[in-house]
Write a protein of this length. Sequence first.
Length: 397
Amino acid sequence: MPAFKTLDDADVAGKRVLLRVDLNVPVANGHVTDATRIERVAPTILELSKKGAKVILLAHFGRPKDGPTPEFSLKPIAHAVAKVIGQNVHFAEDSIGQKAAEAVAKLGNGDILLLENTRFHKGEEKNDPAYVKALAANGDLYVNDAFSAAHRAHASTEGLAHVLPAYAGRTMQAELEALESGLGHPKRPVVAVVGGAKVSSKLDLLGNLVEKVDALVIGGGMANTFLAAQGVKVGKSLCEHDLADTAREIMAKAQAANCTIILPVDAIVAWHFEANAPFHAYGLDAIPEDGMILDVGPQSIERIKGAIDDAATLVWNGPLGAFELTPFDKATVAAARHVAERTKSGHLVSVAGGGDTVAALNHAGIADDLTYVSTAGGAFLEWMEGKPLPGVDVLKR
Ligand code: 3PG
Ligand code: MG
């Protein structure tokens, strides 16, 4: 039995179901530029509709600070949802009160309604009981399918689960199962790949991972901080020199926990931070003073592939180099393709997440070949940091 109540436990026919989804999608000129998050929640919306529920979608959009503001309206997103699911989606201009109640009253079984941005009310982010109550007035059941917003203890992500019968949606369910196989009860050995620009933004994550995984590959700009802490001269590379002690502490903690840290052994150096800038591969003892490291080098790529070969489970967050600038995407793409191959051949359970990471995996063209790719940013990081996620904890049986 799953640790959460799922749609298998719910009798939804004829019921008003408040379904929390994450529609915080990128929009340019009024158009959704990446509908992945909508596509992820579509199966839950359609299942509820097919089972005869009155489906009432709750979501936030952006970070409005001053109540209702047109640029943060969910109205254009209603069309995007309708397009993805191939069904009409009604819209109400408020998430509570008369406008919401009237729109809900008009719903027939199987109909779908999107309520306006929950963050137009201050009570949402404050998890104010009065706002929770006003939302709950329109629902018989609550389903949360927004893992990517589960690190927020807001009214629509946490509060509602205390006042209505609460269930995990299909996407939330899949996400939780994937994460469980990634770090909860993983098949060992487990390797984590962590990249990205800064150590400072991933201190808690590194601290937690060294205690949970067997090997930790560190790449991206943050690797420079670790290399510098060991006396490597990194030239003009991105590097947090003031975090040298912290980097050494993380390495000591890893050693005590029997976690092997795999740092780059060579580097791709360029003199301009731009696509197709002239570059050269150097050993760590020869990084030019006026150059900057933009990717890990060829020997490092081979070592990383070896670490992937040794692993039964892999969790990944953050690119290994400046992947948005060719050819400094080389290591990230090579590692991603290797992970995809090992996964497809049945040797590896692979879980990846985070905004940059998903972009990098899409760029490598293999995002569909991993065991699970999370569309969550902050929530995925907090999960990797071992922090409790309020929107998940409240769903536990
Ligand atoms: C996200 O886009 O990461 C989630 O929807 C959460 O949004 P938030 O960071 O504004 O809370
Ligand atoms: Mg965020």
